[in-house]
Write a protein that binds this ligand. Structure first.
Ligand code: ADP
Ligand code: MG
Length: 249
């Protein structure tokens, strides 16, 4: 669904993404993971054309993503930015409806679609009249997901969608997201820095370090056959509870 060929992007002296060649399969969940600052968010913005690459090429569904084609192609890609990105002066419903209004959908069609999506993400419909500041962190994430799904995109790009949530809400939403992805069957690219979340949600894992792709494969491959010492350390860098078998990095 996404084809990246030797894509690089720098900001001044900082090489955020260097020489990444990557194919993201259609209809599956691919997780980008790696330490903070390794280029995950930049890679997502290169995929949806919010950033042009300095060198290399990006294609979506067989079409080149360029400054000219990106705005049109982005309507087929739902996107949730790292901090959620809801507009504080719009209600949840207003946030969800934004693009559809701009495209001229009538109120009945917008209301019906918003109702469908509220059911999908299990958000009580009366919550939709609230402003983002009046919602819990988990509810804001659900609204962000609704907004990303409003136009029924072919692909969904989610940048650390559960990053700011407390552990119990995060755990619940991981279950829900997995069920939603399975139900929708869309191409999902999700960013996280949590290896357990990556292995739970991802059918394919892409591990990055310093702007480069280090290893790509199903979760088991990263755990059982790490490409190098960095992958082994990254996969093992988790706390275990007393009494649990653990390794440590
Ligand atoms: P991640 O999402 O993995 O934490 P990012 O893609 O946000 O990493 O950033 C990769 C590198 O590029 C970091 O060093 C970051 O500081 C830098 N960077 C990202 N976006 C910008 C920008 N708009 N301007 C300058 N530097 C940036
Ligand atoms: Mg990021």
């Amino acid at each position: 669904m996404f084809e990246l060929a030797a894509v690089s992007r720098s900001y001044g002296p900082v090489s955020a993404v260097s020489g990444v060649t990557l194919t993201v399969a259609r209809g599956r969940t691919t997780v980008l993971i790696g330490p903070s600052g390794c280029g995950k968010s930049t890679l997502l913005r290169l995929m949806n054309g919010l950033e042009p690459p300095d060198t290399g090429a990006v294609a979506f569904d067989g079409e080149a993503v360029t400054p000219g084609t990106a705005p049109g192609l982005r309507r087929r890609m739902g996107y949730v930015i790292q901090e959620g990105g809801l507009f504080p002066h719009l209600t949840a419903a207003g946030n969800v409806a934004l693009m559809a209004r701009w495209l001229g959908w009538d109120a009945a069609r917008i209301g019906a679609r918003a109702g469908e999506l509220a059911a999908l993400v299990q958000l009580p419909e009366d919550t939709l009249s609230r402003y983002p500041a009046q919602l819990s962190g988990g509810q804001r994430q659900r609204v962000g997901l609704m907004r990303a799904l409003m136009l029924d995109p072919d692909a969904l790009l989610l940048d650390e969608p559960l990053g700011a949530l407390d552990p119990i809400i995060r755990f619940e939403l991981q279950d829900e997201l997995k069920a939603i992805f399975a139900r929708l069957g869309k191409t999902v690219v999700l960013v996280t820095h949590d290896i357990a979340e990556a292995c739970f949600l991802g059918e394919e894992i892409v591990l990055m370090r310093d702007g480069r792709l280090v290893q790509q494969g199903p979760p088991r491959a990263l755990i059982e056959d790490p490409a190098d010492a960095f992958v082994r350390r990254f996969v093992a860098a988790r706390r275990t509870l007393p009494g649990e078998a653990g390794t440590g990095p």
